[in-house]
Design a protein around this ligand. Structure first.
Ligand code: MN
Length: 185
C-alpha cells in the first residue's frame, strides 16, 4: 500500500498548499524537521526521514532539553519528504487548518536499530539540528502514544521550555509574520 495514502486522503490539494508528495529517494544523510503548528491544538510536529517518507509525531508541549521532562508524542500518518520544506498557512476548513512554521531542521543518526525501534519499546537517535542536538529517545507507551525524551549528554540542560525560540529556522519569521505574509499574498 502507498505509505502516503492516509496523508493524501485527509487533504484537498486544490485548497491547501501542502505538497501532495510522493515516496522520495533517501538523502545521503537522513533528514529531520520540526514544525510548529497551531491547528485546533498548538503542537510541534516531529518528523524523521525513513525509507522515503517522514515518520511523524505530534508533540503538544514541544521538545525539552531537560532529561527529566517526558514529552507526549502522538504518532500520526507518514508525511512526504517534501513536507520538510512546508511553511505557511493551511486554509480554514482544511485538515490541520492553521499556520505552520519550520521550527528546526537538520540530519539525524540512529543509535539503536530503526526498524526495531519503530516497532518496539524504545528507539534512540542523535539529532544534528540548529535548535535540537545530541541524543534523544522515543519510548513507546501504548497505541499511538510515545514519549520524546532528551538523553543526558553534553547538550542536555535545565531549559524545560523551548517555545521561547519562536522564529522560523528558514525565514526567521514569527508565527504572526507567517500569518500576515499569507493573508497579504
Ligand atoms: Mn500538525
Amino acid at each position: 500500500m502507498n505509505k502516503l495514502a492516509k496523508y493524501q486522503k485527509k487533504r484537498d490539494f486544490l485548497k491547501t498548499k501542502e505538497p501532495k508528495g510522493k515516496i522520495g529517494k533517501s538523502f545521503k544523510k537522513l533528514k529531520f524537521v520540526v514544525q510548529h503548528h497551531i491547528a485546533t491544538k498548538d503542537h510541534y510536529d516531529f518528523r524523521l526521514e525513513w525509507e522515503g517518507v517522514l515518520k511523524s509525531w505530534a508533540v503538544p508541549k514541544g521538545p525539552s532539553y531537560n532529561s527529566q521532562e517526558k514529552r507526549l508524542a502522538i504518532e500520526v500518518e507518514d508525511h512526504p519528504l517534501s513536507y520538510r520544506n512546508f511553511e505557511g498557512v493551511i486554509p480554514k476548513g482544511e485538515y490541520g487548518a492553521g499556520p505552520v512554521m519550520l521550527w528546526d531542521e537538520g540530519t539525524w543518526d540512529p543509535i539503536t536499530n530503526v526498524k526495531e525501534g519503530f516497532k518496539n519499546k524504545i528507539f534512540k537517535f542523535t539529532l544534528n539540528g540548529k535548535k535540537l542536538m545530541g541524543n534523544w529517545a522515543l519510548i513507546h507507551m501504548e497505541e499511538k502514544q510515545w514519549l520524546l525524551i532528551k538523553e543526558k549528554d553534553e547538550f542536555s540542560n535545565d531549559i524545560v521550555d523551548l517555545t521561547k525560540y519562536d522564529k522560523s529556522i528558514r525565514t526567521g519569521r514569527t508565527m504572526k509574520e507567517i500569518i500576515r505574509d499569507e493573508s497579504n499574498g
